[in-house]
Design a protein around this ligand. Structure first.
Ligand SMILES: [Fe+2]
Length: 241
């Protein structure tokens, strides 16, 4: 398993508070069978959470060196969880925001209440510059909880659907759990990630959620979902034994 959405860098957002905690999170992930991760600090225009691309890359390099020194077999790639704004094409074209592992996918944060106006147009405009979109945890958004089939509008535009593993365990309430399972059973689910923030409250653990998913849709489909995360990064899962 590779984790495409987690907050592992210290003191950049509401993630870990020290390198020690970051390293401990990596150890927890390894114990859970996670081989590597794209770390995705929040990027929200006009807020304190608007890190520079160079800062994220430097911290990722530093983290990888620390992981080697600590003997933790875990690789980290740079990314961002991007707050949706209308001018994302401009930000991505001028290298002010990061795709996942500098590939073709952007991770877009789905708000918990109403969907941003014109989201379809934003996704379409990104597609025109060859950037694809992953919707981060739509199952935790009110709009999808009330109408899960709304996700089809975005799937038709080529968006991938990423849910938080904890949603499958009921960590974000019954509605999020129901919505996550609805996506999975309808074949709309592409990626399961931890969205980890710390060593305690929201840990880098996906296996519990994946087991619940396996009971619902079977292990073949869960294996496909696991493979999707590698495909997004253009990695062969066999390279991560
Ligand atoms: Fe997140």
């Amino acid at each position: 398993m590779i984790d495409l959405h987690c907050h592992l860098l210290p003191n950049i957002d509401d993630g870990p508070k020290s390198w020690e905690e970051s390293l401990e999170m990596a150890s927890i992930a390894v114990q859970d069978g996670i081989k590597g991760a794209v770390t995705t600090p929040h990027w929200i225009q006009g807020t304190n959470w608007e890190p520079e691309v160079s800062t994220v890359k430097e911290k990722v390099n530093e983290f990888n060196l620390k992981l080697v020194s600590a003997g933790i077999d875990f690789k980290v790639y740079p990314g961002m969880e991007i707050g949706i704004t209308t001018n994302l094409v401009e930000f991505v074209s001028s290298d002010r925001i990061l795709t996942l592992a500098e590939g073709e996918y952007l991770l877009l944060e789905i708000p918990f209440y109403s969907l941003p106006y014109g989201l379809e147009e934003i996704i379409d405009s990104l597609r025109k510059i060859d950037k694809k979109v992953i919707l981060a945890h739509p199952e935790r958004g009110k709009e999808f909880q009330e109408n899960p089939s709304r996700i089809l509008d975005f799937k038709e535009l080529g968006a991938l659907v990423q849910i938080t593993a904890g949603s499958l365990c009921g960590d974000f309430g019954d509605k999020a759990k129901r919505c996550a399972l609805d996506f999975a059973k309808s074949g709309f689910l592409d990626i399961v990630s931890s969205d980890a923030h710390s060593t305690r409250r929201r840990r880098p653990v996906v296996s519990t959620g994946l087991r619940i998913l396996e009971d619902e849709i079977g292990s073949d489909k869960v294996n496909e979902i696991i493979k999707n995360s590698y495909n997004v990064l253009g990695l062969a899962s066999s390279s991560y034994k």
